[in-house]
Design a protein around this ligand. Structure first.
Ligand code: ATP
Ligand code: MG
Ligand code: MG
Length: 550
């Protein structure tokens, strides 16, 4: 692999090391455990862990768990599994923002004592109205000038559980006239009774907001560079306000980069949650989902996902990345690594009439055309074989190089055959072909004629029945939900086609879930966890060629 490309954040970090501002770089990846990680998170993970690795620093995995209502240990576990799957290791640097609840509470008391925070009695709705708009300044809360002693008393009682949800908040006292709405006395704490936090249980009924928790958690951990997506640019003044006004050991620098937007999918956790909850997909790991669990089940490799993240780079400009770019990353990886196999997706029986019924042969075939270290395997051959229906037609279009009545074709890794007879059922559908095999054509061209087409096949006696799931883009438009439409109405109705009567070459019996192959002339496939030894299930990872322009 190429060394990681440089980018503006890497340049800042390297300059900070060169100038002696920092001896060691510490970054963090801060997911909220309210969903599974998706390909956008992979960009952030690759940036944070990859950059730390590249400059000899370290990266923390920190759960930003300040919103217990939407969070769950299921997500805490899946996130760790997915980061590990990508190949990154946080060692003993696993943290929860909830680990800091006591310290954060102490910082809030410090702010109150400094006259920089107050207990406000406005409701959520009133707080919103008082905040003003982009063109109108906000209005002061009637409680803005509450005496420090009263604030301390009320804040203690908020913690003790004396007030119901929504009755009071703690707010920073910054500037109600600031052009930046985030600085108009933002809420730092809200009351939430009756929730059981996945880490702290029922210890707290007072929860700090994200904007307050995030900078102080960074500071407590000694993060040097806090990398986040562009929508937090407007929050940076508040980030700096928090770390500058309480006694924290260090002052991290927030730097924003553009988030990954990918065509033909959605990435907001709310939408992904709804896709799962409303049954539009079969789960968070549905192979059509942009989640890392989905991509893994689809057959993506960690190397391909990381390679994709390198290819898109790190900038400050928002853009929409083509699905073809993600697909070319996995196609390049699998082209180099995936063993080749033969699988017939839509079987059509072919009887080789001049091949003895009691004879079987074993065709030695290479597992990979460009990688000799992958060795060879034996492919059984006999009188009855299956080819793909699409490789035979009675009405060939111009340039059809496959099998036609009276025509010849080469069976990959085996002989040239000629179609002598077409057998049809009562409805006129082709159900079988009778063919003759030229036994002089194993590994060499036939005498006196050219046979252009090569098709794949499996031996009927040894073929392994299988289910193959053909996946396509989950949405039929590049930017689902853009322009106010309901993204659900733009789900691709053909995003999954299940072929149940497929036949695989015998070496694919008892395949392990997660094993990846190129099925020759069809594409790259991965064995699904639904596989049994008797009946493998394969998922289409990606086709052999880029078909996005079709
Ligand atoms: P959502 O807005 O859908 O809830 P989120 O950004 O809040 O997602 P987090 O779990 O908070 O999800 O994200 C963890 C980290 O991953 C954050 O630093 C966030 O900026 C980053 N991240 C999330 N989505 C993307 C994306 N599409 N591209 C790059 N980074 C992302
Ligand atoms: Mg979020
Ligand atoms: Mg977030």
């Amino acid at each position: 692999a190429e060394p990681p490309r440089t980018h503006f954040i890497r340049q800042i970090v390297e300059a900070d090391l060169a100038s002696g501002k920092h001896d060691r770089i510490l970054t963090r990846f801060p997911p909220e455990p309210n969903g599974y990680l998706h390909i956008g998170h992979a960009k952030s993970i690759t940036l944070n862990f990859g950059l730390a690795e590249a400059v000899g620093g370290a990266c923390n995995l920190r759960f930003d768990d300040t919103n217990p209502l939407k969070e769950d240990v299921e997500f805490v576990d899946s996130i760790q599994e997915d980061v590990r799957w990508l190949g990154f290791d946080w060692g003993d640097r696993l943290y929860f923002a909830s680990d800091y609840f006591e310290q954060l509470y102490g910082f809030a008391v410090e702010l109150i004592e400094k006259g920089l925070a107050y207990v406000c009695d406005l409701s959520a709705e009133e707080t919103r109205l008082y905040r003003g708009t982009l063109t109108e300044p906000g209005r002061d809360s009637p409680n803005r000038n509450r005496p420090v002693a009263e604030n301390l008393d009320l804040f203690t009682r908020m913690r003790a559980g004396e007030f119901p949800d929504g009755a009071r908040t703690l707010r920073a006292k910054i500037d109600m006239a600031s052009p930046n709405i985030n600085l108009r006395d933002p809420v730092l704490y809200r009351i939430k009774h009756g929730v059981v936090h996945h880490q702290t249980g029922t210890a707290w009924c007072l929860y700090p907001t994200y904007d307050y928790t995030h900078p102080l958690s960074d500071a407590l951990e000694g993060i040097t560079h806090s990398l986040c997506t562009l929508e937090f640019e407007d929050h940076r003044p508040l980030y700096d306000w928090c770390i500058n006004n309480v006694s924290v050991p260090c002052k991290p620098r927030q730097i924003e980069f553009s988030r990954l937007n990918l065509e033909y999918t959605v990435m907001s956790k709310r939408r992904l949650t709804d896709l799962v909850g409303e049954g539009h997909v079969q789960g968070w790991d549905d192979p059509r989902m942009p989640t890392l669990a989905g991509l893994r089940r689809r057959g993506y490799t960690p190397a391909a996902v990381r390679d994709f993240c390198e290819r898109i780079g790190i900038t400050k400009s928002d853009n929409l990345v083509e699905m073809a770019l993600l697909e070319s990353a996995i196609r390049d990886d699998l082209d180099a690594t995936a063993p080749r196999r033969m699988a017939v997706l839509r079987p059509l029986r072919v009887v080789l009439t001049n091949y003895p019924a009691d004879r079987t042969e074993s065709m030695e075939s290479r597992n990979h055309p460009k990688d000799e270290t992958q060795g060879t395997r034996a492919i059984p051959f006999g009188r009855e074989i299956y080819i793909d229906r699409n490789d035979f037609t009675e009405n060939p279009p111009k340039d059809f190089k496959r099998l036609i009545p009276g025509g010849e074709v080469r069976l990959r890794n085996a002989y040239v055959i000629r179609c002598d007879e077409v057998i049809k059922d009562a409805h006129g559908e082709v159900v079988e072909l009778r063919a003759s095999v030229d036994l002089d054509t194993l590994g060499r061209n036939p005498e006196g004629r050219k046979v252009k087409g090569v098709i794949h096949w499996v031996s009927a006696a040894q073929a392994v029945p299988a289910e193959i799931r053909l996946y396509d883009r989950l949405f039929s438009v590049p930017t689902p939900g853009a322009g106010g439409t309901d993204y659900r109405t733009e789900i691709n109705p053909d995003s999954l086609r299940v072929l149940s009567g497929c036949l695989l070459e015998s070496s694919l019996r008892a395949v392990q879930p997660g094993e990846r192959f190129q099925f020759e002339r069809e594409g790259y496939f991965v064995a699904d966890p639904d596989s049994t030894p008797e009946r493998p299930v394969f998922n289409l990872t990606v086709g052999l060629r880029d078909t996005w322009g079709r």
